[in-house]
Design a protein around this ligand. Sequence first.
Ligand SMILES: [Zn+2]
Length: 257
Amino acid sequence: MKLVDAHVHLSDTEYVGHVDELIADAKNASVAALITNSMDLKTCQNDIILVNRFPDLIYPALGIHPWNVNVLRENELEETLEFITMNRTVVKAIGEIGLDYKYETVWEKQMMVFDKMLHLAENLNLPVIIHSRGTTDKIVEMLPSYNVKRVLLHWFSYPITALIKAVDNGYFITEGPPVTYSSGIREVVEKVPLTNFLTETDGPVKYYKRPYAGQMTKPSFIRSVIEAVAEIKKMQVEEVAEQVIRNFENFFEIKLG
Ligand SMILES: [Zn+2]
């Protein structure tokens, strides 16, 4: 049974010194592809190094995360746009980008960076991976004014009304380990058509519930996510895994061997 992690941060400082271990874990668990999401210029550059080391396993989503807009160096935004454009042939999506209500103090800057990233996705004809904590309604409302190829709302949590709109627009969502214990996330999975669904770990984010507690977040966690989705959807585990692989191939235009 093949699995995919459509949202992880392999260049995060918490994973330094652990990448080989993560790759071995992924291979061992039949995880056929990982989409590594950058946060700023430095992680964009490091993600490209990782992609060159593991070209048939790791694929990059490059962008600037809303948490980083406050600490951008002078010219970092322009340099990041340029770096992503230069690497267009290997880049599979623009991400992780978005808006976060907890960082409202830099709201205007968040909006400016998000707008630049969406225009980049338009120009490069790439899908987008979006962080929308507390801002899902706003984002689902603003996206139709951009000509973005495909949209993935990562770790979608609420509100269900925005989920319905997102699905109507053909957007995808990802969910990870919380699907095994969070009633809110289980409700989202129940409501979302499986054709609009992908799996993620969002590593190195840590999960404090069993069976993940005390562990470094690893690609092999995806298996338990698929099993939980199969239980919610009352489907066979293999059937869910196969649909997720098809979704992944269509969304990112990556053919898995
Ligand atoms: Zn993330």
